[in-house]
Design a protein around this ligand. Sequence first.
Ligand code: K1U
Ligand code: ZN
Length: 172
Amino acid sequence: MAIRPILTAPDPRLKAVSTPVESVDAGTRKLIDDMVDSMYAADGIGLAAVQIGVAQRVIVMDLDQRDGKKNPRHFINPVITWRSEELATFEEGCLSVPEIWDEVERAARIKASYLDREGARHELEADGLLATCLQHEMDHLEGVLFIDHLSKLKRSMALKKLQKAKRLKETG
Ligand code: K1U
Ligand code: ZN
């Protein structure tokens, strides 16, 4: 297992549309293990493979991190099969857009289908943080960041803040 660096905006690799996993194999499980390690190391609650530069339709998530307990979930080739008309607003962050948090409106409830790390198909119904986080991570699979849901002004302010932080990091 390995901690892999997480790409940050405006890295063009974050704009890639991820391709489906053709067969769930040992390579997929190694990718998942690396993603889980990288997510925990960065204090995240979710991660899409494209955020570590692998444009495959794989997501990991752990929304139950309490008292050091770990309960990682894995979603391979996830598809949203139903979205509620009702919307919900959550304050979102992103490991690829560090230190920026803002409210995003998304479907309040969704149904999704996905494969687990053994290749078995599952269906789930989600609301609350799970619905928000799944929609956020599935946006990554299409090359979309949560700041793309903000107004043009807010997005350009966020990108300027990121670029300034990157410059400061490079020059020390
Ligand atoms: O996609 C990502 O980069 C993961 C992202 C998931 C997410 C968070 C909130 C709403 C929607 C999606 C994160 O994990 S951001 C980091 C984070 O949530 C967090 C960090 C430190 C303390 C508490 C939360
Ligand atoms: Zn994100």
